[in-house]
Design a binder for this molecule. Structure first.
Ligand SMILES: Cc1ncc(COP(=O)(O)O)c(C=O)c1O
Length: 458
């Protein structure tokens, strides 16, 4: 950085950025690539000792394409963090947010205050959601939704005179966020280490076995079980689509025992599995649905939980039964305006069914490019527009850094930006991707896998 200040001519020349609504550069010249040796930006879920000074800076987006600070183009193979459902660079959303900001940036919705976009978005979500008379509790992301849901659940059972009904069951591999409750109920052990005692009274059952849920309820006693959380396709845990019939079966088990059934649609919602709130695809009506990510396609932060009649009733109809929970920016007007504009686009362009329409195309493309690759142990997908290309265990045993190398090689050799998962690479492009571009994506991944394989062989 100092070098750049003193000898500006050392900085690489940058090609002009293509036209778009974003300014050509948001980074000051003193923070330009290759001048950085460190960073002040702490990246979530990231090994900062490796990243400091080595950041991949995305400066601009247009549809499924991303441009780095040198102006080089990449395909967004992961929809950022599984959220860029309508693709990048939509002026319509920027305009909606701008209009809202000019009118009123926001106003707190605590107490009796409200803002029009929050009211409208809550109505719209309630009308769409396959829950009875849904009420919408907003936060800024998926983890906020989980935190609100778990506290609503505990509060609900307390008001029902069953305070001992506190235990929350979720599944192995599950990810519901990184706040305290969400960390406690998650099913990825690595995410729970180093923090000492977390919120107690939770357990995980085998992700693919409805019988495991029955057994756990029997072990605990149904009267102690408050809720069951279920991601129809587990994302962060490795892309594990629920077995055929599983979601319906666990919904029935919960109903039989009065257990609150929560669908986590944070990844699966807003078209990723082909429906608005994921639950519709499985023919279930959960008590609660968590949403985030695709609700704004990432244009503004937003998430929350839709709560059905049964659970919301004591809060709506029992005087003084106040939920003492919520964030300052809950129902933020500009964020809700982004959500409404995003949903308008999804409706107008018929984007929602694409997650289902393209699921087979993505899986087939990955299998034909990578099915016989010497590094690949498993390719999972075919249910919604998301997949994982997992590395063989023998390769990981011999070379644990392989996943990180693949992630980088797919970007550098294949020009595809993906996400490293536990044992492989996650793929979840914007839902606007075409079939031809899906083939391009798979070919780009192949180039990355080939590059890593050649190095391992050498
Ligand atoms: C299924 C699921 N639930 C909840 C969350 C948490 O969302 P956020 O990161 O917005 O807090 C995530 C994030 O990836 C997720 O994948």
């Amino acid at each position: 950085m100092l070098r750049a200040l003193l000898i500006p001519s050392l900085r690489p020349a940058r090609p002009p950025a293509p036209a778009g609504f974003a300014p050509a550069s948001l980074l000051s010249d003193t923070l330009r690539m290759s001048d950085r040796t460190d960073t002040k930006l702490w990246h979530p879920f990231s090994d900062m000792s490796a990243i400091r000074g080595n950041e991949f800076v995305v400066e601009r987006g247009d549809g499924i394409w991303l441009y780095d600070e040198a102006g080089d183009r990449y395909m967004d193979g992961s929809g950022a963090l599984w959220y860029a459902n309508i693709g990048h660079g939509r002026r319509e959303i920027a305009d909606a947010v701008h209009a809202q900001l000019c009118k009123l940036e926001s106003y707190s919705i605590f107490g009796d205050c409200a803002v029009p976009p929050a009211l409208e978005l809550a109505e719209r979500l309630s009308a769409l959601a396959p829950v009875d008379n849904g009420r919408v509790f907003f936060g800024m992301g998926g983890g906020d939704g989980t935190e609100a849901a778990t506290k609503i659940i505990r509060h609900f059972w307390t008001t029902q005179g069953q305070p001992e009904r506190r235990h929350i069951i979720s599944r192995t591999n599950a990810y519901h966020g990184s706040h305290a409750f969400a960390t406690s109920i998650g099913g990825i052990p690595a995410n729970r280490t180093n923090f000492g005692p977390l919120v107690e009274g939770n357990s995980n059952v085998m992700w693919n076995s409805a019988q495991a849920l029955r057994d756990e309820i029997a072990r605990l006693g149904a009267d102690n079980v408050a809720a069951f959380f279920c991601e129809p396709v587990m994302g962060a845990g490795g892309v594990w689509p629920a077995p055929e019939g599983y979601v319906k079966e666990v919904a029935a088990i919960c109903a039989q025992h009065g257990i609150i059934f929560v669908i986590d649609a944070v990844i699966c919602g807003f078209g990723r599995v082909g429906t608005w709130l994921a639950a519709e695809r499985y023919g279930v009506r959960p008590d609660m649905i968590l949403f985030a990510k695709g609700i704004t396609s990432g244009y503004m932060p937003l998430g929350g939980v839709i709560v059905g009649e049964r659970v919301a009733d004591p809060f709506w109809n029992k005087s003084g039964n106040m939920l003492r929970h919520g964030q300052t920016f809950a129902g933020h007007a500009a964020c809700c305006a982004a959500g409404l504009a995003n949903m308008d686009i999804m409706e107008r362009e018929n984007i929602i069914p694409r997650g289902r329409d393209l699921e087979g195309v993505l899986l087939q493309a990955l299998i034909s490019e990578l099915g016989d690759h010497p590094l690949v142990g498993d390719i999972r997908g075919g249910h919604g527009l998301l997949a994982a290309v997992e590395v063989k265990q023998s390769v990981l045993d011999a070379s644990p850094a392989t996943v990180g190398q693949l992630y980088k090689a797919c970007r550098e050799q294949g020009r595809i930006v993906t996400r490293p998962l536990l044992k492989g690479i996650a793929v979840s492009p914007p839902l606007t991707i075409t079939e031809a571009e899906i083939k391009e994506l798979a070919a780009g991944l192949r180039a990355g896998y080939d590059a890593v394989w050649e190095k391992l062989e050498a």
